[in-house]
Design a protein around this ligand. Structure first.
Ligand code: SF4
Ligand code: SF4
Ligand code: SF4
Length: 303
């Protein structure tokens, strides 16, 4: 992770901790009623062999991601370091050593978790993130002003910023294949591409039932924990594992929705720090920035 990105997270996390003290209980209560009936994916990490076909499929379906002809997605050397999602990779697979089973490797695929209560959506002051009724959390680059609150708010550190794009930088993350496949009745590209049927796509509630059945029938294979069933209020992507989730880089998180933490930041910013004149100046700045972005894009399109 580049230094400027890390520093940015640190600074915002510091501000956030100060502002949130004593406010989280109230905000959690406001989110307790949302229905989790939506689409989802169940990832059985015990079946993954690290072939990276899912990464390849994701890269192909998202044509705006840079395609690297030399990248075969068969290069095992990528497993020598732990990777995170970046602006040019919406999903990554990492390799882990199984502590209890000498020599055997474990693999886990990561992407946006498509939270039932997305912190990115809640943190964004211009509404660039939206949670669709089917559960996909999508991003609108035209609305984004580049403040990167979404990056600081996401409990899974998913959104990535195009630092190298000086003209029209965007925040990037997995789209759940919302426009390119779900809206056409197709399943996500990565799910379809997996040769090991690691991922099951369907209604989130059905997937939770399926996961519970698997755990009950193979208690020696799975830990009795469906990651994402309750973490941060629930996520559309759910995981099963045979080892502790912390051992495969899934953060230990509470069950309260994260917007319970991020919304007080937004409310505090507007309530305490921005008198009306400041607010109008900021909104004027936003309009200017959006128009400039539009012009830049048009110029690029006309070239
Ligand atoms: S994982 Fe992060 S980016 Fe994805 S929906 Fe949740 S908060 Fe938003
Ligand atoms: S759901 Fe689509 S965008 Fe997300 S990781 Fe899979 S292929 Fe990529
Ligand atoms: S395609 Fe399936 S088996 Fe291959 S790395 Fe991705 S999740 Fe694992």
């Amino acid at each position: 992770m580049p230094n400027n990105r890390r520093n940015f997270f640190k600074q915002l996390a510091g501000i956030g901790s100060l502002l949130l003290l004593g406010k989280k209980k109230k905000a959690h209560a406001a989110y307790s009623g949302r229905s989790p009936d939506q689409l989802g994916v169940l990832v059985d990490t015990t079946l993954c062999v690290g072939c990276r076909s899912c990464e390849k499929a994701c890269n192909r379906i998202n044509e705006d991601l840079p395609h690297k002809p030399s990248e075969t997605f068969r290069d095992d050397s990528v497993f020598e370091q732990r990777r995170r999602m970046e602006w040019d990779a919406y999903t990554v697979v990492n390799r882990y050593k199984n502590q209890g089973d000498e020599g055997r490797s474990l693999y886990a695929k990561f992407q946006c978790m498509h939270c039932v209560y997305p912190a990115c959506e809640s943190a964004c002051i211009v509404g660039a993130f939206t949670r669709e009724p089917n559960g996909a959390v999508i991003y609108d680059a035209w609305k984004c002003i580049g403040c990167r609150y979404c990056m600081a708010a996401c409990p899974f550190q998913v959104p990535a910023y195009e630092y190298g794009n000086a003209l029209t930088p965007q925040v990037r993350k997995c789209t759940f294949c919302f426009e390119k496949r779900l809206s056409e009745g197709k399943i996500p590209a990565c799910v379809e591409a997996c040769p090991m049927q690691v991922m099951s796509f369907g209604k989130r509630n059905d997937l939770i039932r399926k996961a519970k059945k698997k755990i009950k029938e193979s208690s020696d294979r799975y830990l009795p924990h469906i990651y994402g069933e309750r973490e941060v209020g629930g996520t559309a992507w759910l995981y099963l594992s045979g080892v502790a989730f912390e051992d495969i880089d899934f953060p230990k998180l509470g069950y309260g929705p994260v917007p319970g933490y991020t919304e007080p930041i937004q409310h505090a910013i507007f309530k305490w720090f921005l008198p009306p004149l400041g607010l109008y100046t900021m909104l004027g700045g936003i309009m200017w920035f959006l128009n400039k972005k539009k012009k830049n894009r048009k110029q690029l399109e006309n070239k």
